[in-house]
Design a protein around this ligand. Structure first.
Ligand code: LLP
Length: 382
């Protein structure tokens, strides 16, 4: 599906801004629902990827739940009408006030990342006269072969309970009076583009299920996290391989009677539907380089600066078919404020519109006000 950019409408708007293709979002959500139908699968959208209310209402209408990691995200989800029973609460270091917000709201489940957190949830639930449902996040020590800042399932990472400590954390969960152990949670990383790490995860989970049953735990939910990647090089070939992804789990996970599998997809849901739209401020001639200087920078899209990520860069208003090579940079006072080096582009001019593609996930959500800039606005295809 190809995103069509309404350039005439863009001319009336102040750049930079995010533009979301809602038809593409809707087609993506339909494909997810098609692939999970007939399976005991529940998808919670990882709201950290993008909490734009307009996108959230599409996601809610499609029937997905929410995976949140802060009190702020919980509030945004509830304000947008997600039912508390469709919300799970993850996060490696939840504050007391965040845990209480989850308990008071009556969320479906806390994903617990340490023994310390388990005990605090038990105490706080007791203080409210409630029993909190929990899933223990297991660190399965699997290398997801992704950028080191977004791999999370290795035992040198801060996330989850290491396999060696799992038995004793499970036995605490079974004995504490105000927590109810209902699930096991895993998340091995983000932007994962091949299925091998998920195949290993499935076999790790199958082994673990045997073991955990022997400990006397009755597990209702296997939560396999998120992480399905998108094709950043082909923004117009844009629906991620959901069928292959969900099939991997339906074929390889050995579920016990009544068990559900939960997924926490973020990037693959919203990544391709968003583009960051910007105007060229200057085309600057250097000694060895020629720069396209945009009015968008790392403040609107930090992924290139933070993870050396590359987003396809398009000149939406070329004046001719001629091309030239440019470094495409932003206006921020940091050398890392660069979207692409040696990019072959149409010959570009001051005032041209540029799109940074595949920016729907972790773009607007990670925008900052560094240099006292305003946060970007958002516009939609309808
Ligand atoms: N579940 C957990 C426990 C997570 O930590 C994450 C993402 C997700 C689900 C959703 O993962 P996804 O399906 O979006 O890959 N800012 C980085 C990505 C950070 C991901 C953090 N955790 C980036 O822009 O690449």
């Amino acid at each position: 599906m190809k995103t069509i950019f309404p350039i005439e409408k863009f001319r009336e708007l102040e750049t930079p801004f995010y533009y979301y293709d809602l038809d593409l979002l809707s087609a993506t959500l339909k494909e997810i629902n098609r692939c999970v139908s007939g399976h005991p699968f529940v998808v919670h959208y990882a709201i950290k990827a993008n909490s734009n209310p307009r996108l959230l209402s599409e996601i809610r209408e499609a029937g997905l739940g929410i995976d949140c990691v802060s009190k702020g995200e919980l509030k945004v989800a509830m304000d947008c009408g997600f039912s508390p029973r469709s919300i799970v609460f993850a996060g490696v270091a939840k504050t007391d006030s965040e845990i209480l917000a989850g308990i008071d709201a009556g969320i479906r489940c806390f994903n617990v990342e340490s023994r310390e957190e388990l005990h605090i949830i038990d105490q706080l639930a007791a203080s409210r006269g409630k029993i909190a449902d929990v899933a223990i996040r297991v660190n399965p020590n699997i290398d997801a072969h992704t950028h080191k800042y977004i791999t999370t399932g290795l035992n040198e990472n801060k996330f989850g309970v290491d396999m060696e400590m799992l038995d004793s954390v499970i036995s605490d969960a079974l004995s504490l009076p105000n927590v109810n152990l209902i699930g096991l949670h895993f998340h091995i990383g983000s932007q994962i583009t091949t299925m091998d790490a998920y195949q290993i995860l499935c076999s790790r989970i199958n082994d673990l299920q045997e073991h955990v049953a022997q400990l006397g735990a009755k597990i209702e939910i296997i939560n396999v996290g998120g992480g399905l990647g998108i094709d950043y090089d082909n923004p117009d070939n844009s629906i991620p391989p959901f069928e292959e992804y969900f099939n991997t789990f339906s074929q390889l996970l050995s579920l016990r009677p009544g068990q559900e599998v939960h997924f926490e997809l973020g990037r693959s849901v919203v990544g391709q539907c968003g583009s960051l739209i910007s105007r060229v401020i200057f085309v600057k001639e250097g000694v060895k380089k020629r720069f396209v200087m945009l009015d968008a920078g790392m403040t609107e899209l930090i992924r290139p600066a933070l993870y050396q990520a590359h987003h396809v860069i398009q000149n939406l208003t070329p004046q001719s078919g001629d091309t030239a090579v440019y470094d495409v940079v932003g206006p921020i006072c940091e050398s890392s404020d660069c979207f692409g080096e040696d990019e072959l582009l149409p010959v570009s001019h001051r005032g041209d519109f540029f799109a940074l593609r595949s920016a729907g996930a972790y773009g607007e959500a990670m925008a900052s006000q560094y240099n006292c800039r305003r946060l970007p606005s958002s516009y939609f295809s309808e």
